[in-house]
Design a protein around this ligand. Sequence first.
Ligand code: SF4
Length: 320
Amino acid sequence: MGDEGKVRLGISSCLLGNDVRYNGGHLNDSFLTGTISKYVEWVAVCPEVEMGMGVPRETIQLQGKSASPRLIATKTGVDHTEGMRSFAEARVAELGGANLDGFVLTKDSPSCGLMRVKVHRKEGGPPSRDGIGAFAWVLTTRMPDLPVEENGRLTDPRLRENFVDRIFVRRRWRAMLHDSPTPRGLVSFHTAHKLTFMAHSIPYYREAGRIVAHVGSRPWDELVAEYARVMREALTFLATPSKHTNVMHHLMGYLKKAIDGGDKQELLGLIEEYRQERVPLVVPLTLLKHHLRKHDLPAWVHQQAYLSPYPEELMLRNHV
Ligand code: SF4
C-alpha cells in the first residue's frame, strides 16, 4: 500500500502553511502540522490556485441563493462558478483514485468551507451563514464515503478524536481490502473492530455483525459495499462518555475471575469518574489495559483496535 502505517489525507493547502491565500499568506494549523503529521501522507489541494487564479488574487465570495450560490469576485464581479465547478469535478475524480482516508478543509472559505459559509445577497444586507464552499460541495457530493472535517471543528477535542478515529479505521479497512480481500480478512477486520463499533453505535454494531454472518453466502462486492456503508454511518456517531463506559464495563466482564475485589472497585471507581467527566478517558483505560495485558484472555480481546485506535502520542483521549 505504500507508506506503511500512514493515513493519506487530502487537505486545503493553506492549512499546511503554504502561502496560497488571496493575500499571499497561509493558515498554518498547528494541530495538523504538529505531531499528527508524522503519521500522515498529505495530498494538498488549493482549488483557487490550481484553477489558475494566482497569488495574490482578488477575494471571492458566495452570492445568491444558498442552495445554488455563484462564486463571484468581490470587486470586479467576475463569475468563477463554472470555472471552479469544472476544475473541482476533474480534481475530485483524480482524488477518487488517490486512496484517501479523509480530507481536512478550511473553514469559512467560499471554495473550501464545509459548512456555515457566508452567502451574500446581491441586494446587500447581512449574509446568511448556510453555504458550503464550491470545491467542498463537489468533494462531499462525489465522495460521500470519505471522512471530511474542517479545521475549525477540529479544535473541539471530541470531534477531533472522532475524525482521527475514523481516518485510522479507514486506513485499516483499505489495508484489509488490499492485503486480504477475502471472507477471512473481513471477519478478522470485523472482530478487531467490534468494540470500536460499540463505542459509536450499538444498533450499527449489531447490523455489521449481521452482515458478516452472511460472509460466503452473498456476492463479495455487495457484502463489502454494505459493510463499508454501515461502518461509515456508525462512525459518524460520536463516542460519548456513556458509550465508552459501556465498552469498558463490557471489557471488565472478561476480567471477572481474573482480578480481585479491590482491583475491581478501583477500576469501577475510575470508570465512574470518567463517566461523570471528572477524569479523561485515558485514566480508566490505562488501568484497564494494564489488567487486560496481565491475563490470559481470548485473543480477540487483545486484538481490539479500540484499545489502541491510533498512535498514543496524539493524546486524543486525554481531555475531559
Ligand atoms: S481555503 Fe482553499 S482555496 Fe482558499 S487558500 Fe486555502 S486551500 Fe486555497
